[in-house]
Design a protein around this ligand. Structure first.
Ligand code: GLN
Length: 536
């Protein structure tokens, strides 16, 4: 069977956290840089319909796409590397697969058959994989299978891969990521875990075509030969994947190992092109040779797990490079900040970011942080809950409304400066019901944000239930906090600014989701620039 779209599957063995997402994104980058249209999909073997209801401590940040899908944070890497958009179709969980199959069963679509993992669940998985290849939009679809080979929950995915390899033959290939650990006592790299992991795949009927070997040391020829021989792959398909200084080095490391060429050859695609990575290399050069350094405090309640703020910290890297500056992030736990210690906690910071979040834990620390940034005139960016805290702080300490709060925390609050959006009030389910995805926003000309974007009409992604309460807007504006960005259809406040301040911006939307290497986000770029200007 011939198929115009080619499918690359990326599986993982030995252990989790080997960096399948970064390898997938790097391979996609190399193929894209050779002119192949490429997208990446992540299949997650957990039963949640999507990660929207997951605590960030579980899997890190929940990434949001334009079409309002709440997705795995790897989709953020895909967008940051490829500078193209992903959508709901790029992230599928076991929960979603089963939900869809069960819905079909209820509609009688299986015509009285017994519904089973094979073929019904595996068919659904294969459909979801091919959905992205359907309209010929992509030459290559890379599908990353979450979890580790051998896990019970990933079995149906591996079976779907086996079937697709059998059906589409040379239009499919499997890249297996494994670990080649260094045993200090033996003074050697060990290939046995890789052999075992490939054996496990073979038991499931899948012969990997390429092995990416994560290692801390050089994979010498004899080791490559050994791995090739015992895992039935060609020598040039044993790819060394050394620990890198930054994730943005990985595409170049993979290029040096010729991963892209091996993939193209095995897929019978033309290898004549050379990847155009000039802009990428320039980015890396600036990243590693900054002219200056700034320190930004990131105040949030999940700072123990930095993946919870992945898109924000990557946005700082992109916007730092755009300003030829290294942005050092100081992670500050919002629960640890009090009125008494805030000055000490914020000491030495050139800028402050108050992070998004939900619920009451740590919120008073966030509000104290805003107060410090406002009064001490430290450049400030508040995102989503961070923006809402900026509004609450202004109401309490400038307008003198001591009881001002958000109804998220105090339901019957007397001065609800942040309150639940009207359309949210009748919703009781938590999953997928927030205001999600891209919405238009109009900016007031001449303001800090409109200067940052260099345009007055923008679209940004959202993930929230509560909003600025427009009942109070006039008083805020008369006293120096202006709504400088609004949704043109609903009048919802999207951005607030304080005029009498070097740079104080709160955004109801999440700019961090749209920052990429090729397109650093304008709001982050302007924030870092304001910090540099402020220091002069
Ligand atoms: N909890 C707030 C809301 O739902 C903010 C959400 C966020 O920061 N993403 O409106």
């Amino acid at each position: 069977m011939s198929n115009s779209t080619k499918y690359v599957f990326v599986t993982g063995g030995v252990t989790s956290s080997l960096g399948k997402g970064i390898i997938s994104a790097s391979l996609a980058k190399l193929l894209q840089a050779r002119g192949y249209t490429t997208t990446i999909q992540k299949l997650d073997p957990y039963i949640n319909i999507d990660p929207g209801t997951l605590n960030p401590y579980e899997h890190g940040e929940c990434f949001v796409t334009d079409d309002g899908a709440e997705t795995d944070l790897d989709l953020g890497h895909y967008e940051r590397f490829l500078n193209t958009r992903t959508s709901q179709a790029n992230n599928v969980t076991t929960g979603r697969i089963y939900q869809s199959v069960i819905d079909k069963e209820r509609r009688g679509e299986f015509l009285g058959k017994t519904v089973q993992v094979i073929p019904h669940i595996t068919n659904e998985i294969k459909e979801r994989i091919q959905l992205l290849g359907k309209d010929g939009k992509y030459d290559i679809v890379i599908t990353e299978i979450g979890g580790t080979v051998g896990d019970i929950e990933s079995l149906p995915y591996v079976e779907a891969v086996r079937q697709m390899k059998w059906e589409f033959d040379e239009d499919c290939l499997v890249v297996h990521l494994t670990l080649v650990p260094y045993l200090a006592a033996a003074g050697e790299l060990k290939t046995k875990p890789t052999q075992h992991s490939v054996k496990q795949l073979l038991e499931l009927g899948v012969q990997p075509d390429i092995l990416c070997c994560r290692t801390e040391h050089e994979l010498e020829l004899n080791l490559r030969r050994k791995i090739a021989k015992f895992c039935n792959v060609s020598m040039n398909a044993v790819i060394e994947s050394r620990d890198a200084e930054t994730i943005y080095d990985v595409p170049l490391l993979m290029q040096a190992e010729e991963l892209d060429r091996v993939v193209l050859e095995k897929l019978n695609l033309n290898t004549k092109s050379t990847p155009d990575l000039e802009q990428w290399k320039e980015f890396l050069t600036t990243l590693k040779n900054p002219d200056s350094e700034v320190t930004i405090g990131l105040v949030g309640k999940y700072v123990e797990l930095k993946d919870s703020y992945k898109s924000i910290s990557e946005s700082f890297i992109h916007s730092g490079v755009a300003n030829k500056t290294k942005v050092k992030v100081k992670w500050i736990h919002s629960e640890s900040v009090t009125a008494e210690n805030v000055a000490e906690k914020m000491e030495g910071l050139d800028g402050i970011l108050v992070a998004p979040g939900f619920g009451s834990r740590g919120i008073s620390g966030k509000i104290e942080t805003v107060r410090h940034a406002r009064e001490q005139k430290v450049p400030f960016l508040g995102i989503c809950l961070g923006m809402q805290c900026a509004v609450i702080e202004f109401a309490r300490n400038v307008l003198g409304w001591a009881e001002a709060h958000t109804t998220e925390i105090v339901d019957n609050c007397k001065t609800p400066v942040i309150s639940m959006m009207e359309e949210q009030k009748s919703i009781s389910n938590l999953g997928g019901t927030m205001r999600l995805g891209a919405y238009k926003c109009h900016l007031t000309p001449g303001t800090k944000v409109s200067k940052a974007y260099n345009t007055d009409k923008i679209s940004e992604r959202h993930r929230h239930r509560y909003e600025f309460n427009n009942e109070f807007l006039d008083v805020f504006e008369e006293n120096g906090m202006r709504a400088t960005g609004k949704n043109p259809d609903t009048n919802l406040v999207e951005v607030v600014e304080i005029e009498d301040h070097p740079w104080f911006v709160g955004a109801q939307f999440h700019p961090e989701y749209k920052s990429t290497v090729d397109n650093p986000h304008p709001l982050f770029v302007a924030f870092v620039k304001a910090i540099l200007d402020n220091r002069k």
